[in-house]
Design a protein around this ligand. Structure first.
Ligand SMILES: NC(=O)c1ccc[n+]([C@@H]2O[C@H](COP(=O)([O-])OP(=O)(O)OC[C@H]3O[C@@H](n4cnc5c(N)ncnc54)[C@H](OP(=O)(O)O)[C@@H]3O)[C@@H](O)[C@H]2O)c1
Length: 247
């Protein structure tokens, strides 16, 4: 865990779930964190808690569907702390539903947040990382980015896309010594099932999560493992599930 101390980590979707627990865990290990999400009150409270405990954190209200706001988050981290070592493209939603429900607004938000949000993160961080010839861009995919089930067409499409984008990026940024990785979790206990808007699907997903989901600590540990590697080791993918999850 030595390699975590002093690293500046920018986290999108830091107001709850994976983003929040990872910010807390990494700051306990000595990382400096820049927190982005739309819920200003939640990220400001989290930043205060981290700072009160002796860590270093800033909060910047960020909607990842707005490229200017994502750039502002990354630029603020660089101006405040002098660099960015890690970008964690974590913000995401999972509005599962069969295509025949025609939840077109859900499709749009899922693509805008889960794919374009990741691209905007890359656009914001890359110039800084290229200049320093150092950095790590981690993006959150899913088991649903490795397997497709009914109701998951659009969500899975976004998570497969995250893997595609990250792998292309990996090959493109070799000249700049930048590392890229994807974390693909299975069912983990966060607020994610609340983003399902179809009532019958939401009921099934909540049942599935209550029977299968494991603690969000698992995600923070995976990120810490990836970040703590020596600079010549590039962990490109971590795929994990609850032991009892069949899908
Ligand atoms: N939990 C799981 O089982 C699981 C499994 C596989 C993959 N994932 C992925 O893990 C990531 C994090 O989800 P989670 O499980 O931690 O769920 P969560 O508790 O619902 O957290 C989602 C986070 O994303 C943020 N967010 C949503 N829309 C945003 C936007 N437009 N701009 C900025 N932030 C936005 C939310 O903050 P605001 O609402 O404050 O903006 C929140 O902080 C997602 O990409 C998800 O697809 C989760």
């Amino acid at each position: 865990m030595e390699n975590i101390k002093g690293k500046v980590v920018v986290i999108t979707g830091a107001s709850s779930g994976f983003g929040k627990i990872t910010a807390e865990y990494l700051s306990e290990k000595g990382a400096v964190v820049a927190l982005g999400a739309r819920s200003t009150d939640k990220i400001e409270k989290l930043a205060k808690e981290i700072n009160d405990k002796g860590g270093k954190a800033i909060a910047v209200t960020t909607d990842v569907t707005d490229k200017d706001q994502v750039k502002k988050l990354v630029d603020k981290a660089v101006s405040e702390f002098g660099k960015i070592d890690v970008l964690l493209n974590n913000a995401g939603i999972m509005p599962l539903s069969p295509l025949e429900y025609l939840k077109i607004d859900d499709w749009d938000s899922c693509i805008d947040i889960n794919i374009k949000g990741v691209l905007y993160g890359i656009a914001a961080a890359l110039p800084h990382m290229k200049e320093r010839k150092s950095g790590q861009i981690l993006s959150v995919a899913s088991v649903a980015g490795h397997t497709i089930n009914p109701g998951g067409a659009v969500y899975s499409a976004t998570k497969y896309s995250v893997r595609v984008i990250s792998e292309a990026l990996r090959k493109e940024v070799k000249p700049y010594n930048i590392r890229t990785g994807v974390i693909s979790p299975g069912a983990v206990d966060t607020g994610l099932p609340d983003s399902v808007t179809a009532d019958d699907v939401a009921e099934n997903i909540k049942k599935f999560y209550s029977e299968n989901a494991i603690s969000a600590d698992s995600f923070a540990h995976a990120v810490a493992y990836m970040i703590s590697q020596p600079e010549d080791v590039d962990i490109n993918e971590v795929l994990y599930r609850p032991t009892k999850q069949k899908l």
